[in-house]
Design a protein around this ligand. Sequence first.
Ligand SMILES: [Zn+2]
Length: 189
Amino acid sequence: MEAVTQNYVLEGERLQIYTYPEPVLTKVAQEVTVFDEELKLLCKNMLYTMYQAPGIGLAAPQIGLSKRVFVIDTDYTREYKDEESDEVVFDNLNPRVFINPVIKEKVGETTYQEGCLSLPGIFEDVKRFEEIVVSYKNTDGEDCEISANELLSICIQHENDHLDGIVFIDRLSSLKRNFFKKKLLKAKR
Ligand SMILES: [Zn+2]
């Protein structure tokens, strides 16, 4: 099997991931208005950081930037090359970038155990819409639209929440939410 280390998203700068309760995670992010090389580099570095973490989604507020951008890959696999080495081999990469996303249609209901790179150690069932239609811009500023279901739909809703200053524990009962917030505050100290 050929390693995909040549892929552009597997090279880049590893950005710092902010954890709750950093204020940037609870702020509503700003629309992107400039589609330039800097934006492309940001998205590349966000994808690189997501793959290295590893995670299946990363929103700009999670790297301390209050902008309406997130990256997702719900398709890739990541394995150690062999038992002795700690070299990781990625396969089936499907990097996606969403800029200024708007969830236009929401249908059905589904529950999935979510986690978040900004809330380490917490995994809880969250209720989401089953199918969604999202409009967004790509890094060239072109209008795009996608229908999503299953994990991609859940991931888009989770990342889109980050752009509105919402973390997934905000979607739990107040009892659970307060429990986890206290736990995270304690871990931070
Ligand atoms: Zn998250």
